[in-house]
Design a protein around this ligand. Structure first.
Ligand code: SIN
Length: 280
């Protein structure tokens, strides 16, 4: 397979691959190994049906369904739709989802392993996605600071996140709240396959760090979030239709950026790969 590195610390592009054709096990193994080494894989110029997107994603593991079931608007409940488009007055996807730094589904006890995002319709300008290597961010910390983080745990709250990100929406239903109780994760986690340590933080999802006074918790979180998305750790992806990106949520954060949503449509389909263990 022809490949090229995309950035000094994150991302590998695989060239000349057509995922609408059967993918031999050996090629999938190379993609899987590339994901461990580079945390993000880009495959451009794809022309996939929803079924092909789902079937390719399933090669990485079981797929999860999003708690916001109103945005599972394709025949495949495994696909979460992110979009500003409506059909007959009904949104086909969640608009402004992920416009903040986060790792997908960190609000579960066992968060997801990765995500497979496919660009179906993209604006000619804006709507980029930023991806940050949380391993590189952790490794760049000095030893004393690393020691300070040892053993610290933070509370990830989907209910808190939803209230901040989607103030204009109908509130979560009781069933949705029941599916998303607050959970606790370490601030530094170790990748179960590579053994590399990474920061595990996020902008709106973490309510506080356990055991720290409110101001101290907020200051430390702000410091870690700012460090984690320093320019040297971040790759900016300018989407083209047909781009497919797979990323490892165990060692990256990402953030979608705004676009002119009055002028352009953006339609993205995301499959989410089940995690197998709790962060530790
Ligand atoms: C997300 O998966 O959080 C959103 C990414 C995007 O829409 O670019």
């Amino acid at each position: 397979m022809r490949v090229q590195k995309m950035h000094p610390v994150i991302g590998l592009e695989i060239l000349d691959l057509d995922l609408s054709n059967p993918l031999p096990d050996e090629s999938f193994k190379q993609i899987r190994a590339g994901l461990n080494e580079y945390s993000l894989i880009l495959i451009r110029n794809q022309n996939l049906t929803e079924e092909q997107h789902v079937n390719f994603s399933k090669r990485f593991g079981n797929l999860m369904t999003h708690v916001l079931t109103q945005y599972l608007t394709t025949p495949y409940p495994e696909l979460y739709v992110l979009s500003n488009k409506s059909i007959n007055g009904k949104p086909i996807g969640n608009h402004k989802e992920g416009w903040n730094w986060h790792s997908d589904w960190s609000y579960y006890e066992v968060p997801c392993l990765g995500s497979v995002l496919y660009a179906r319709e993209v604006p000619p300008e804006g709507g980029d996605t930023l991806f940050s290597s949380m391993c590189a961010a952790y490794e760049a910390l000095d030893d004393n600071f690393k020691k300070r983080l040892l053993g610290l745990e933070a509370v990830h709250s989907y209910v808190g996140y939803f209230g901040k990100a989607f103030k204009d929406r109908a509130p979560l239903s009781d069933a949705q709240r029941a599916r998303t109780p607050d959970v606790t994760h370490p601030i530094v986690r170790t990748h179960p396959e590579t053994g590399r340590k990474s920061l595990y933080v996020g902008e709106d999802i973490i309510s506080h760090i356990i055991g720290l006074e409110k101001g101290e918790s907020a200051d430390l979180l702000a410091q870690l979030n700012a460090h984690a998305v320093s320019e040297e750790f971040v790759y900016r992806h300018n989407w083209r239709e047909g781009d497919l990106i797979i990323w490892d949520n165990r060692c990256t954060m990402h953030c979608a950026t705004p676009y002119d949503d009055q002028k352009y449509f953006r339609v993205m389909h995301r499959a989410t790969i089940e995690g197998v263990d709790r962060p530790r």
